[in-house]
Ligand binder design. Structure first.
Ligand code: HEC
Ligand code: HEC
Ligand code: HEC
Ligand code: HEC
Ligand code: HEC
Ligand code: HEC
Ligand code: HEC
Ligand code: HEC
Ligand code: HEC
Ligand code: HEC
Length: 323
């Protein structure tokens, strides 16, 4: 195939179907569309049907007075009083649901107050999420929850959050910090982060949420943006391009050469550098072989010794990614 021809075509038809910028345009259209959905959702408060979540709520009324609960739940309340919700709900609430305070999460409790043995604790994970989403579905961060890997795996908000006491500096997380919360279930990622080349998560300079949205996303593997590459280039802007001479895999998916979490090869590479290139290129007949009388494949730094710009080049004569 004539590579130069393809290269020219690629530059000449920037809006051709499979070109990244047209994909980007599609994403913009989609996000504008979802913004309207979002605005609609923000206006209409999401009410839950309590007796559908748990039949034991049938016939119960809202008590609308936290001091009734306080009489019997002093201990729970003491811990709860340090949380964001304790400050934002009740008398400070902006909506009717927020003003309900305890009952905004615990449902109508008149029957429980009359007879405390009337316990209502078992609501299924999806129902528990519905309770929280009464107030949190309007945030664009949470819009993809229903389709997220976590919701699909029957996890719920309380898989990561504890709301009755303040255990973390931010976001009412289950453990003291975010990474500890995630490692509770994703031990294999902790292992990867120990490798010699790793993103500085264990140094405290990044968190899982620097790249992931645990509440769901439109991208693969819960990455924050629509693609892995966009997520990476949100920080590594010098790799974003467009370049005069693109290297297609760097355009398509950074993870075709890099392990996001950690690797024992330099620069988070998935394999040793020359093996990496040989997954897609053959060395047989390479110009290097006759010219330098080399018979063996270069190892280690090998290919990137000469092809120094694996991410793409803007040099007028950088078509072969050598400068
Ligand atoms: C008369 C005392 C009393 C009052 C008033 C009371 N509770 Fe309870 N509540 C209890 C007791 C006792 C239990 C424990 C039942 C058990 O663990 O077997 C309980 C359990 C609970 C539980 C955990 C189990 C469940 O049902 O989900 C929640 C949540 C709860 N109460 C919320 C409330 C709220 C909210 C109010 C105020 C509207 C309230 N309670 C008022 C005595 C009371
Ligand atoms: C933002 C939602 C939310 C609000 C507001 C809230 N709770 Fe809870 N509460 C929960 C969840 C979720 C649980 C179960 C898991 C847990 O402990 O985090 C729970 C557990 C409880 C329990 C039983 C667990 C225990 O500690 O033994 C009691 C009792 C309780 N809440 C009382 C109250 C009272 C009283 C109020 C109001 C002052 C209140 N809650 C406000 C979400 C909430
Ligand atoms: C009645 C409305 C309401 C319900 C129900 C509710 N929240 Fe909230 N939540 C709020 C408000 C208000 C805030 C304060 C921040 C804001 O204005 O968004 C907040 C804040 C938070 C925060 C950020 C805390 C921080 O310190 O940064 C988390 C996390 C959270 N809620 C989780 C939950 C979870 C989990 C549930 C379900 C168990 C839940 N919420 C149920 C209204 C609610
Ligand atoms: C897999 C873990 C996980 C699950 C499940 C989860 N969260 Fe979170 N949540 C987090 C983390 C981590 C943060 C802090 C993220 C950050 O700082 O950007 C957070 C932050 C938040 C915040 C405050 C910041 C914001 O985005 O507004 C709210 C509110 C919240 N979560 C609500 C929820 C609700 C509601 C659910 C269930 C529908 C839920 N979370 C499920 C991990 C989780
Ligand atoms: C209570 C357990 C639990 C916690 C805590 C938890 N997760 Fe998960 N996570 C799961 C399960 C279950 C799955 C789905 C099965 C799987 O892929 O392992 C999953 C899947 C994922 C995936 C893969 C998504 C995909 O599409 O393949 C990512 C990324 C992820 N979690 C990130 C996080 C982050 C970041 C945190 C912390 C904010 C976190 N998780 C906290 C249980 C958890
Ligand atoms: C530098 C960005 C980045 C950071 C930081 C990051 N991840 Fe990821 N993570 C990714 C990417 C990209 C993928 C998808 C990898 C792929 O498809 O090859 C992924 C995949 C995952 C998966 C799916 C299984 C797997 O290993 O492929 C889980 C679970 C996960 N991450 C959890 C976490 C947790 C927990 C943290 C924090 C300790 C974390 N991630 C930090 C970018 C990141
Ligand atoms: C939130 C910002 C952020 C995001 C998103 C991000 N990185 Fe990084 N990356 C960093 C930081 C910070 C470093 C460490 C730089 C240093 O130590 O000088 C780094 C280092 C690297 C390194 C060099 C590692 C080494 O051992 O020298 C590579 C390769 C890399 N990132 C690739 C990626 C890829 C691929 C993605 C997407 C999956 C990604 N990054 C997403 C911030 C980010
Ligand atoms: C074709 C394989 C390949 C792809 C795809 C790729 N890289 Fe790299 N990357 C490399 C190699 C090889 C190195 C090491 C270069 C060296 O050692 O001179 C590297 C090094 C890096 C470094 C650290 C050194 C530096 O130049 O800053 C970062 C950061 C990085 N890549 C980010 C990315 C991002 C972001 C993407 C996606 C846009 C990406 N890479 C896609 C092969 C690739
Ligand atoms: C995931 C597959 C993949 C990997 C890994 C990969 N490449 Fe490529 N590379 C391609 C594709 C596809 C092209 C474009 C070929 C075309 O235009 O027909 C290309 C083009 C090139 C070109 C320009 C070829 C030309 O004729 O213009 C060079 C040089 C190159 N790659 C070097 C490398 C090096 C060095 C590495 C290792 C750091 C590497 N590649 C890793 C897929 C890959
Ligand atoms: C000693 C320097 C050097 C090394 C080492 C090297 N290359 Fe090259 N490579 C070149 C030069 C020079 C060209 C031709 C440039 C031109 O025609 O303008 C080239 C061309 C290429 C091309 C374009 C197609 C072709 O054959 O003309 C590919 C693909 C390529 N190299 C891949 C690799 C891979 C993969 C490795 C590692 C296994 C590697 N190169 C190692 C210097 C090198």
């Amino acid at each position: 195939m004539n590579h130069r021809f393809i290269q020219i075509m690629r530059r000449a038809t920037p809006l051709a179907g499979n070109h990244p910028s047209s994909r980007r345009a599609a994403v913009v259209v989609l996000s504008v569309a979802s913004l309207f959905v979002l605005m609609g959702a923000a206006r209409a408060p999401k009410e839950v049907n309590w007796s559908e979540l748990n039949p034991a709520f049938a016939g119960a009324e809202f008590v609308r007075d936290a001091s009734t609960c306080a009489g019997c739940h002093e201990e729970a309340l003491a811990a709860y009083s340090h949380t964001t919700h304790a400050r934002a709900l009740g008398a400070n609430g902006r909506t009717t649901t927020e003003k309900l305070e305890c009952e905004s999460c615990h449902g109508p409790r008149s029957k429980h107050v009359e007879d405390p043995t009337n316990v209502l604790a078992n609501i299924a994970p999806a129902g528990r999420a519905q309770v929280c989403l009464q107030c949190h579905s309007a945030s664009k961060n949470h819009m993809q929850w229903q389709n997220s890997a976590h919701a699909m795996a029957n996890e719920s908000c309380d898989s990561c959050h504890v709301v009755m006491e303040r255990r973390s500096d931010k976001a009412l997380l289950k453990s003291a910090d975010e990474t500890a919360t995630c490692y509770g279930c994703h031990g294999e990622v902790r292992g990867a982060m120990q490798k010699s080349s790793h993103h500085p998560v264990r140094e405290g300079k990044m968190e899982c949420s620097s790249c992931h949205n645990p509440h769901g996303s439109t991208g693969p593997s819960l990455v924050k943006f629509a693609t892995i590459t966009e997520t990476c280039t949100s920080c590594h802007q010098d790799k974003r391009g467009p370049f005069l001479w693109e290297h297609p895999p760097a355009r398509d998916n950074c993870a075709s050469c890099h392990s996001a979490h950690g690797s024992n090869n330099r620069s988070l590479l998935t394999t040793k550098a020359h093996m990496l290139c040989l997954q897609c290129h053959s060395y047989g007949g390479h110009i290097n072989v006759p010219r330098y009388n080399r018979t063996s494949t270069p190892t280690q730094q090998g290919c990137v010794n000469c092809h120094v710009t694996p991410h793409g080049s803007n040099h007028p004569s950088g078509a072969k990614l050598t400068r």
